[in-house]
Design a protein around this ligand. Structure first.
Ligand SMILES: [Mn+2]
Length: 361
C-alpha cells in the first residue's frame, strides 16, 4: 500500500494502541462506522476491524476481500462466510479482554458476542477513536476546507435564486443540487431553510411556504467531501427589512464576530460560548439564544468539541469548531450566522468565506 497512507494510518492506530495498553484492552473490535473509516480509510457496508497490540485485522466477506487487500500489510484480511464468522475468528484468537464500543453496539450484538466468546471478558471502550479524531491533520483540514468551499459557492449561487414567490423547499433543493454539482458526495445533514415567521424555528425543515418581501431567510446547510462534513448558516433579507430585523441581525453578527475574535488554542469552550452569549444577554435577548455556540465537525457533522455554557473542554490547535450564535423570537423571526473554523495557536482560521454583513436580495 501507499507508503504515506500507511504512515498516516499507522500513526492513528498507534494512538489507539496507547489507550488500549493503558486500559488493559488486548483487542479492540471497532464498531462505529466513522471510526472504522478513520483507522482504515476503507468503505464497505460490511466489515469489522480488530486492533491488537501487534496486528490489525480487517474482517469481511467475499464481496470486499479484493478491495480490502489494498490495505495489506497494515491490515491482515480475514475472510468470513456462513461457515466461518467473526465470532469464530474471535473465539479462535482467544483474547482475554476485548474492548467494544458499547454506545455503538446493539443489545442483540452484545448478547450474541458474549455468548460466542464466553472465555473473553468484553469491556466498554468508548470514545477512544473520537478523542484522537478531535485534532484534524492537514489532509483532513484540506477536505473540510473543500467541503466548506463548496458550501460557499452554493451560497453565492442561491443568492441569485432567492426572490418573492420561491418556496423554502425549492431553495433547499437548489442548494443541495448545487453542492452535488460542485463535487459533494452528499449532505452533512438535512438542509434547513426557514423564512419569515418560520425563521424563529432554529432547526425547522423547509416547507412549502413561499418567500415574501420583508422576510428573513435562514439557510443552514453543509455537504460531505471525501467523508468530511461542512456546516454553515446565513440569514438574508428579502426586499426591505424593518429596523428591528436589522437591529437583531447586527446583534447576532456582533456576538458572532466577538466569539471568532476570542477563540484560540488554550481558551475553554465554555468561555468561547460566553464571548458571544454575554453580548446577546447584555442586549436583553439571552432567553432567545437557547442553544450552544457551536460544535466540532469532521467525519460526523456533530462531534467534539461542544461549545456551550456547560462545556468542560479546552480548545486546542487543530480542532474544528462552528461559531453559530442566533436569536429566535417566537412568532416574529430569527437570525443565525454560522462559520466553520479551525482553532489555531493565535486565533481561528475561519474557513467560511461567505459574506456575513447583512445581505438583502
Ligand atoms: Mn452547526
Amino acid at each position: 500500500m501507499d507508503h504515506n497512507l500507511e504512515k498516516r494510518l499507522d500513526g492513528r492506530i498507534s494512538r489507539v494502541r496507547g489507550r488500549m495498553k493503558k486500559d488493559g484492552i488486548e483487542a479492540f473490535l471497532v464498531r462505529k462506522n466513522e471510526n472504522k473509516y478513520y483507522l482504515s480509510l476503507f468503505r464497505s457496508t460490511s466489515f469489522e476491524l480488530v486492533i491488537t497490540e501487534d496486528r490489525n485485522y480487517l474482517v469481511t466477506d467475499f464481496r470486499y476481500t479484493e478491495a480490502a487487500s489494498a490495505l495489506e500489510p497494515l491490515y491482515q484480511v480475514v475472510r468470513v462466510d456462513a461457515s466461518y464468522t467473526l465470532h469464530d475468528f474471535l473465539r479462535e484468537k482467544g483474547f482475554q479482554v476485548l474492548g467494544l464500543e458499547y454506545k455503538e453496539s446493539s443489545v442483540d450484538f452484545y448478547n450474541r458476542l458474549t455468548e460466542a466468546v464466553p472465555d473473553t471478558e468484553v469491556r466498554a471502550f468508548d470514545g477512544v477513536v473520537e478523542d484522537i479524531r478531535v485534532i484534524k491533520d492537514e489532509a483532513e483540514q484540506a477536505d473540510l476546507r473543500m467541503a466548506e468551499h463548496i458550501g460557499d459557492q452554493a451560497f453565492s449561487y442561491i443568492l441569485t435564486q432567492i426572490r418573492p414567490g420561491i418556496s423554502e423547499k425549492e431553495i433547499a433543493l437548489k442548494l443541495e443540487l448545487k453542492m452535488r454539482e460542485l463535487g459533494a458526495s452528499g449532505l452533512s445533514f438535512d438542509t434547513i431553510c426557514v423564512s419569515g415567521v418560520r425563521s424563529s424555528l432554529p432547526h425547522g425543515g423547509p416547507s412549502e411556504k413561499l418567500i415574501e418581501k420583508g422576510d428573513l431567510v435562514t439557510m443552514d446547510f453543509g455537504c460531505v467531501y471525501n467523508g468530511y462534513c461542512s456546516d454553515m448558516t446565513r440569514t438574508v433579507g428579502v426586499g426591505t427589512l424593518d429596523s428591528r430585523q436589522k437591529e437583531i441581525y447586527e446583534l447576532v453578527l456582533k456576538a458572532q464576530m466577538a466569539a471568532c475574535d476570542y477563540i484560540r488554542a488554550g481558551v475553554s469552550a465554555a468561555d468561547a460560548d460566553r464571548a458571544a452569549r454575554s453580548i446577546i444577554e447584555e442586549a436583553g435577548y439571552g432567553a432567545y439564544f437557547g442553544h450552544g455556540l457551536g460544535h466540532g465537525t469532521g467525519l460526523e457533522i456533530h462531534e467534539a468539541p461542544t461549545a456551550n455554557p456547560s462545556s468542560k473542554e479546552i480548545l486546542r490547535s487543530g480542532m474544528m469548531v462552528t461559531v453559530e450564535p442566533g436569536i429566535y423570537l417566537p412568532g416574529e423571526f430569527g437570525v443565525r450566522i454560522e462559520d466553520l473554523s479551525i482553532v489555531a495557536d493565535d486565533g481561528i482560521i475561519n474557513i467560511t468565506e461567505s459574506e456575513k454583513q447583512l445581505i438583502i436580495v
